[in-house]
Each structure stands twice: as C-alpha cells, then as structure tokens.
Design a binder for this molecule. Structure first.
Ligand code: NAD
Length: 492
C-alpha cells in the first residue's frame, strides 16, 4: 500500500516540503480512508513564510489598488472554473454533503467579488479648511504581513473571509488551515499560482498549535485573524495582543432558536432541522437549543422529531444524502458522551442517533440526528457547544422567558426567532444578545458585504471578518493635517 502524500507548504511563490518531524493523517470521515498527511511545520518554516511576506509587502503595497484587484478578478474566474473540484474536495476532507460544500464555495467567491470593490472601499476622507488655509485628510494604508488561522468546518470559505480583503488592501498573507482539513487550500493555492500573484504575497503554512504559536510570536506578523473554538480563540487573542498585534478571534457557539405558536409549521420544521443537522451540526451557526413558547410545544416537537428521524445520512458525494459524518472518531465519541450526559441529567430521548450503521460506510464516523426533550436550562447539554447533530428541546410559557433563556448563555454567535408577528420579531431583534440574528431564518450567515458579527464568548476583538470590517481591520488610518505657506498666485 502506498503511503498517503505529505502536504507541502507554499512559501515565497514555491511549493516546499516541510521538515516537520510530526504529521497528522487527514481522513475522509465518511470512510476512514487516509487522504494525506499534514506536516506540523516548525517555527523556522513560519519564519520563512513571514520573511517572504515581509519582503513582498514592500512592493505589493505600491501596486495601485485598481491593479491589485485585477488579480482577484482572475482568481474569481478560476474559482468558478474549479468550482465543483473545490466543492468535492471539501466533501472529501470534511464530510459535509456536496450541496453544502457548493454553498460554502459560493460564499468564498462572494468575498472575492466584494473585495474587488477595494478601490472605493479603501478610500479616505478629506476636509478642506479645517482652519483657514489648512486641510486635513485621512488615508488608509495596509498593515503589513497578516495571518489567518482557520478551523476544520469550512476549509474552503473561512480563509476567504479575510484573504481577498487583505491582499486587495495591499497586505501580504499567511494562511494556516486546520490540520484536519488542509486539502482544499492546497487546491486554492494552485489557483493563486495560476493567477500569478507575486512571490510572497500569499503563503501557506500547514501545522498545529506550535505552528500557530510561532505565528502569534513572530515579530514580522502585524495582524492575526482566528476562527475556531472559544478556548483557543481566547488564547490566540491574548497571545497575539500581548505581542502587539492587531487581532480578531471568532470562537465557539451554542445557538438558541425560539419558535412561537404562530410560526408556519411546515416551513419552520424544515428550516430548523436543516439548521441543527446541516453539516452534521458542525457549523458555528448551527441551531442547538430549540425553545418552544406555549402551544408551539404541542405541534412543533413531534414535527421536529419526525423530520429528524427521516434525515438521510451517508457519504456526502452520493445523491440524496442530507447529512454526512462528523469529523473524527474522537468527535463522535465526545458527542455520544454528551448525549448520555444529557440523559443522565434528566432529558428525554425522542430520537436516538447513536452508533448507527451506514451500510457500505462502516469505517466512517457517523451519527444520526438525535433529539432530546426537556433539556434543563443550566445543564451540561444546555450550555456546552456540542458541535454535532443533536437537537435539545426546551419549553417556556412566554416570549420574555424565551428571550431571557437566549440571553443567559455565554455565547452570542446567533439567535433566531420563528413567528408571523412583526411585533414579536422586532422585540426579539432589539433584545436578543447575539451578533447574528435570524427572523424565520435558521442559519443567519451574513453575506460577504456584512460583518460576521459574533458577540460575547463567540468573539474576541472589535472588527469582524468580511466587508467593511475587514477593510478596517486590514488597513491603518493615517491622518494628514496640511498647510502651504503661500498661495500659488503669489508664487508665480
Ligand atoms: P480549534 O479551536 O480546535 O482549531 C482552530 C485552529 O486553531 C486550528 O487551525 C488549530 O490548528 C489551531 N489550534 C488548536 N488548538 C490550538 C492551541 N492549543 N494553540 C494554538 N492553536 C491551536 O477549532 P476546530 O475544531 O477546528 O473548529 C471548530 C470550532 O470553531 C467550533 O468551536 C466552532 O464553533 C468554531 N467556529 C466558529 C466560527 C465563528 O465564526 N465564530 C466559525 C467556524 C467555526
């Protein structure tokens, strides 16, 4: 049997083998087949990437913005051509179904499109005569070398929340993909090569925690973006900030969703189950706790349980499959333990998705949808990010109680309401403590021209990814106050 290929880094415009002593197997979670091995690149390889990016920055920032975006237009065209290849790669390494992978790549491309507006998005401000004969203006300049540290669950999209804006603003970039899903970025970097970005503008360094820490400590790295779990987000935020870097760190989530009795039964059932079980619950915008208000419990609970038990589970490249596996055997064991913990804490099992048999995929890390009823507020299952296909049901009597429950959580990534009442929707939008709000929407993912706005322990920082926030994050403002001693008419 031939050994799976060891992945390369891309530094200074060339593919380079890592000297890493340790590698991690990348598996297809639907089969357990080893697809490749991720090297845990040591600090000196981060140093090579940072030095290359710092050298490239001097020239890249001088390329006019209107020319920098020509590279992005070309990239967009190549991404469209490779669309299905990239989506299939996501399904293979992550397990999500092909339609979800396509949706992910579409979101990535949308960020490239928005970043093509940089000549205008990056414009400054000018005030004439702030005092007699004195003008003041603000210009935006790139910050330098920036690095993005990425999670496993959106291997194609999340780097694109950042890199199109970063390079369009004149920065140079290091991408550190998740060690568990690094394959799609290998393909994307081949597209960057075809686009012809100058060497050092975009660099790829594979690795794990030590590689991340080398980035956080490197003096040439000016700004860091992170997406991943809350404990690591907190660590990245603190360490990068202690080293004087600009940093934004998006963390985990535990997204609540409220259903009022006047919500549409069919639409709500379908949207809510898609939100909870899409990508096997491994989305930072997956709904996890479903709170029914009053009469809604009677109608919605059986409908949700029924829809959950009907979901087709299997290999995401096969037609008709609605839910793939979770990412690793460890993840599967952790989720099953959490389900058991929920039962021990007094929840009722409406649908049991543990230890399923998926014919032909016995080596995969599958769970079926699980639904737990009567989840107690404050219990482990109610407060822990499960990151798996588990729906927790709670019931309350009033909208106020439901909003109170929503706001009692430590995360604030997303909260959603299902209703046909405009007044209830407005109250919820106004009072809910979360950065992404859905009204009759189950996955309130902001488009590329809006910030991806986590709150509370779902986010550490000020400026978020995407759109104008990304432009702010990847530029520093310079204010010039200017006086000319003579007027030209007296000079000539
Ligand atoms: P993770 O925190 O395990 O890993 C994320 C990145 O951090 C990886 O690149 C990994 O190599 C690195 N890392 C892991 N441990 C580290 C350590 N001790 N020190 C330094 N670096 C370390 O996250 P994951 O399992 O890949 O992704 C799932 C998590 O990401 C979930 O919690 C999910 O909610 C979150 N997420 C959040 C958002 C958001 O927008 N808020 C989006 C997607 C995913």
């Amino acid at each position: 049997m031939t050994e799976a290929p060891r992945l390369m880094n891309y530094i200074d415009g060339a593919w380079r083998e890592s000297a890493a002593a340790r590698c991690l197997d990348v598996t297809n979670p639907a089969t357990g087949e080893v697809l490749a091995r991720t090297p845990f690149s040591p600090p000196d390889e981060v140093d090579q990437a940072a030095q290359a990016a710092a050298r490239a920055f001097n020239e890249w920032r001088r390329v006019p913005a209107a020319q920098r975006i020509q590279y992005l237009f070309k990239l967009k065209a190549l991404m469209e051509e490779s669309f299905d290849d990239l989506a299939r790669s996501i399904t293979l390494e992550n397990g999500k179904v092909l339609d979800d992978a396509r949706g992910e790549m579409r979101r990535a491309i949308e960020n490239v499109e928005v970043a093509c507006g940089i000549p205008m998005l990056m414009m400054g401000d000018f005030s004439e005569d702030i005092a007699r004969g004195i003008d003041e203006y603000m210009i935006r300049q790139p910050v330098g070398v920036v690095a993005s540290i990425c999670p496993f669950n959106f291997p194609g999209m999340i780097p694109f929340w950042y890199l199109p804006y970063a390079v369009a603003c004149g920065n140079t970039v290091i991408i550190k993909p998740s060690e568990r899903t690094p394959l799609t970025m290998q393909k994307v970097f081949r597209l960057f090569e075809q686009v012809g970005f100058p060497p050092g503008v975009l660099n790829l360094v594979n690795g794990g925690p030590d590689t991340v820490n080398a980035i956080l400590d490197h003096p040439a790295v000016a700004a860091v973006t992170f997406v991943g779990s809350t404990p690591v987000a907190r660590h990245v935020y603190a360490r990068a900030a202690a080293n004087g870097k600009r940093v934004q760190a998006q963390g985990g989530a535990k997204n609540p969703l409220i259903i009022l009795p006047d919500a549409d039964l069919e639409m709500t059932t379908s949207i809510v189950t898609d939100s909870v079980f899409g990508n096997a619950g491994q989305r930072c915008l997956a709904a996890s706790t479903i709170i029914t208000v009053g009469e809604a419990a009677r109608t919605f609970k059986p409908a949700l349980a029924e829809a959950a038990s009907r979901r087709v589970v299997g290999f995401g490249l096969e037609p008709g499959v609605q839910m793939g596996p979770v990412i690793t055997p460890e993840s599967k064991a952790r989720i099953q333990n959490l389900i058991q913990k929920g039962l021990d804490e007094g929840a009722d099992l409406l649908v049991d998705g543990r230890n399923p048999r998926i014919p032909g995929y016995e080596g995969g890390y599958f769970l079926r949808p699980t639904v737990l009823d009567h989840v107690a507020p404050g219990s482990t299952i109610a407060t822990t990010e499960i990151f798996g296909p588990v729906m927790g049901l709670m019931s309350v009597d009033t909208v106020d109680e439901a909003i109170q429950l929503v706001n009692s959580g430590r995360y604030g990534n997303m909260a959603c309401l299902f209703t046909s009442s405009g007044a209830a929707a407005r109250k919820f939008r106004y009072e809910a403590q979360a950065g992404n709000i859905g009204i009759n929407i189950g996955v309130a993912a902001p488009m590329a021209f809006f910030p991806f706005s986590g709150w509370k322990e779902s986010f550490f920082g000020t400026l978020h990814g995407q759109g104008k926030h990304a432009v702010e994050f990847f530029t520093q403002t310079k204010v010039v106050v200017e006086r000319w001693l003579r007027e030209w008419s007296r000079q000539f």
